[in-house]
Design a protein around this ligand. Sequence first.
Ligand SMILES: Nc1nc2c(ncn2[C@@H]2O[C@H](COP(=O)(O)OP(=O)(O)O)[C@@H](O)[C@H]2O)c(=O)[nH]1
Ligand SMILES: [Mg+2]
Length: 255
Amino acid sequence: MAQQPDQELGQVLVVIPTYNERDNIGKIVKRLHTALPDVHVLVVDDGSPDGTGQLADEMAAADERVHVMHRTEKAGLGAAYVAGFQWALERDYGVVCEMDADGSHAPEQLHRLLDALPQADLVLGSRWVPGGEVVNWPAKRKFLSLGGSLYSRLALGASIRDMTGGYRAFRADTLRKLNLVSVASAGYCFQIDLLWRTLELGFRVREVPITFLEREFGESKMSGNIVREALIRVTKWGLRRRGTQLKELFSGKKK
Ligand SMILES: Nc1nc2c(ncn2[C@@H]2O[C@H](COP(=O)(O)OP(=O)(O)O)[C@@H](O)[C@H]2O)c(=O)[nH]1
Ligand SMILES: [Mg+2]
């Protein structure tokens, strides 16, 4: 089992965004360090009223592998990740991972992502490739995830099966090229946004199968607004892409 995917890729940091995850954060970090003792963790907490941030501080005080970033208000998953990634890039991390706090992404499967990173610039934990699965999700969520991936795939012309997943491993060098300051996607659309930027730059993206398990404790923060933001943005990017293709076709014909 790999703790460092490749000596040359460097130290691994797992960024975990949290909002009201008090019942989950301790368990997930413990599982992660049991599976991969050498990885570092950055908890990015948006001022959770349930005290997740304080609990994370206690964990950080007792363990030098754990770090905490406190943000003042709930500003969405995307904004939390951008802040966490910037923190990572200011330090000496070679690999930066995304992972949910609620146990949906099994830390015991992180090695699958890390093992694939020497041959890729971004590795996606995928629910929708052979061997991948979702456990305990209501039909509505499955439909939303599959539908969201299909729509994004068609609009953007991408060949990725799971466009919206949040279990990922980036090379720090990949993240550096993505112009994070210009990422405005606040919600889960952030996942499509970053993937799209990575593909557009011609980076190698690989999917590896994961088992996504619905949370046992706490509540999902998924909302209608999050879905609308994704739909509007993906449609815009898709139209822009078609416009560029048409322009190229037109200028090609005129020559
Ligand atoms: N910091 C921060 N974390 C968030 C926010 N929204 C969701 N999260 C975290 O993102 C992860 C995924 O969220 P979750 O509600 O489980 O989404 P679901 O799995 O799609 O239902 C969890 O660790 C959440 O605590 C937010 O606005 N700010
Ligand atoms: Mg969840």
